[in-house]
Write a protein that binds this ligand. Structure first.
Ligand code: PEP
Ligand code: MN
Length: 263
C-alpha cells in the first residue's frame, strides 16, 4: 500500500488545513521536549512570524537513561495545544504507548512515532487505527525496507496519512550523533508515494552544519525538514547540544529561502 507501483501519485498528507508533500517544502520545528508554556510560546511566535505552521515538542520522551527528564506527559500535550491554537499552528508530538492513542488524538494534529519505536508493532497498529496523520521516524538500525514495512503496518490498518522521516542511522562515525543516510531520501521517494522528511537535528546532533545538511536533504527531494529549536538551548532539559536558539533558527530559514530550496 505504501509502494509507488499501484499509486504513482504523491500522497498529500492533510494536517488539518495544512497540506504536506507533493512538491511543497515543509518545516517542522520546536523544542526537543516541552518544558513550559513560555518556552513553547517563544518558539511558536517565531514560527508564526516566519509563516511556518508545524510545531513539534516532546511530551512523552523516550530517554536513554531512566534518570533523565521524561517529559511532562499529558500536561505537555495540553501546553502544545493551547499555544498552537493561539498562533494557528499544528501540533506534532511523539506517542510511545499504544494505550495513549485516544489521548493523543484529543491534543495533537500529527502523531510522531520515534526511532526507538519504529518496530513497536502494537504502537504501529494503534496509529493505524486512528485517522490522525503519523510522522514515522526511521529506527536507528533499521533498513529503508524495514521503515517501509513499518509504514505498511499503519496504512494497512486504514490510516493512509503517513509521513516518513530519515533521522540518521548508527555507524562508527562519532563526529555526528548519527549518520544521515541521504540516499534514503531519493530511495524512499522512488519506492513510496508518502512524503519524506529529514530530521537534521537528530541526524547530526550538532548545530554548526545544519544549513548544508538541510540543503542536501531538500536538494535530494525531501518534502520537508524537522529541526529542534529552544529559546535557550544551554538550559534545555534534553538535547541541549543540538538545539538552536531563535535567532539561529530564523537565520537557517532565511538562508534556506534565499537558496531557493524552501519557499
Ligand atoms: C524526537 O524527535 O523527539 C526524537 C526523540 O527523535 P528520534 O526518535 O529520531 O530519536
Ligand atoms: Mn531531541
Amino acid at each position: 500500500l505504501v509502494s509507488r507501483k499501484d499509486h504513482p501519485q504523491d500522497t498529500v498528507v492533510m494536517v488539518g488545513d495544512e497540506p504536506v508533500g507533493n512538491h511543497r517544502k515543509t518545516v517542522v520545528a520546536g523544542p526537543c521536549s516541552v518544558e513550559s508554556e513560555e518556552q513553547v510560546r517563544k518558539v511558536a511566535e517565531s514560527m508564526k512570524r516566519q509563516g511556518l505552521r508545524l510545531l513539534r515538542g516532546g511530551a512523552f520522551k523516550p530517554r536513554t537513561s531512566p534518570y533523565d527528564f521524561q517529559g511532562l506527559g499529558e500536561e505537555g500535550l495540553r501546553i502544545l495545544r493551547r499555544v498552537a491554537d493561539e498562533f494557528d499552528l499544528k501540533v506534532v508530538s511523539e506517542i510511545v504507548n499504544p494505550a495513549d492513542m485516544e489521548l493523543a488524538v484529543k491534543y495533537v494534529d500529527v502523531i510522531q512515532i520515534g526511532a526507538r519505536n519504529m518496530q513497536n508493532f502494537e504502537l504501529l497498529k494503534a496509529a493505524g487505527s486512528v485517522r490522525t496523520p503519523v510522522f514515522l521516524k526511521r529506527g536507528m538500525s533499521a533498513t529503508v525496507e524495514e521503515l517501509l514495512f513499518a509504514a505498511e503496518y499503519i496504512v494497512s490498518r486504514g490510516n493512509r496519512q503517513v509521513i516518513l522521516c530519515e533521522r540518521g542511522i548508527r555507524t562508527y562515525e562519532k563526529w555526528t550523533r548519527n549518520t544521515l543516510d541521504i540516499s534514503a531520501v531519493p530511495l524512499l521517494k522512488q519506492e513510496s508515494h508518502l512524503p519524506v522528511f529529514v530530521d537534521i537535528s537528530h541526524a547530526t546532533g550538532r548545530r554548526d552544519i545544519l544549513l548544508p545538511v538541510a540543503k542536501a536533504a531538500l536538494a535530494a527531494g525531501a518534502d520537508g525538514i524537522m529541526v529542534e529549536v529552544h529559546p535557550e538551548p544551554a538550559v534545555a532539559l534534553s538535547d541541549a547540544h543540538q538545539q538552536i536558539d531563535i535567532p539561529q533558527f530564523e537565520k537557517l530559514i532565511s538562508d534556506l529561502r534565499e537558496s531557493g530550496l524552501l519557499s
